[in-house]
Design a protein around this ligand. Structure first.
Ligand SMILES: *[C@@H]1O[C@H](CO)[C@@H](O)[C@H](O)[C@H]1NC(C)=O
Ligand SMILES: *[C@@H]1O[C@H](CO)[C@@H](O)[C@H](O)[C@H]1NC(C)=O
Length: 136
């Protein structure tokens, strides 16, 4: 009976995960992150070559921080191309940080790394680094 219940609940989680919550992608590349419960959603996933792609990065602040900018890096064949988006906004401890970034996915086939680095204002200290890989 218990195992049947377990199967049902796992099934329910899977079903809700598939329908409601998009897949969370990537992993941390931070030594000391000041943002926790990080989730990155990329739509569409898998990416469609040469098409509009939206990344939504969210997390909650572990302490008061003024976020200065987010650096977005894309690596292809060992070459990084970086973009900087200015934020300059104060976030109190526990507040949710949401960063939405849209770009056209590449057309050249191969493997890529995409990295988001959240930087503190003034000091440029690394508050969060989050990365994922994809193939075209
Ligand atoms: C963090 O920010 C909140 C809201 O601005 C403030 O009330 C609190 O004193 C701050 N805490 C610290 C440790 O600076
Ligand atoms: C960010 O830093 C700059 C330069 O240090 C400062 O002028 C600006 O007021 C800061 N922004 C916030 C929101 O604190």
């Amino acid at each position: 009976m218990k195992s049947l219940l377990l199967i049902f609940s796992i099934h329910a989680i899977l079903a809700s995960g598939l329908k409601v919550v998009p897949l969370a992608i990537g992993s941390s590349c931070s030594l000391f992150a000041d943002i926790s419960n990080v989730q990155l959603q990329v739509t569409p996933w898998p990416m469609v070559p040469g098409s509009p792609t939206t990344c939504t990065l969210t997390g909650s602040l572990s302490k008061n921080e003024t976020i200065g900018s987010v650096q977005i890096g894309q690596e292809y064949k060992s070459t990084w191309v970086n973009n900087l988006v200015t934020i300059n906004t104060f976030y109190a401890k526990g507040q949710t940080f949401t960063f939405i970034y849209s770009f056209n996915s590449p057309t050249q086939s191969g493997s890529y790394n995409e990295k988001f680095t959240v930087l503190q204002n003034s000091t440029n200290n690394n508050i969060l680094c989050w990365q994922f890989s994809f193939s075209i």
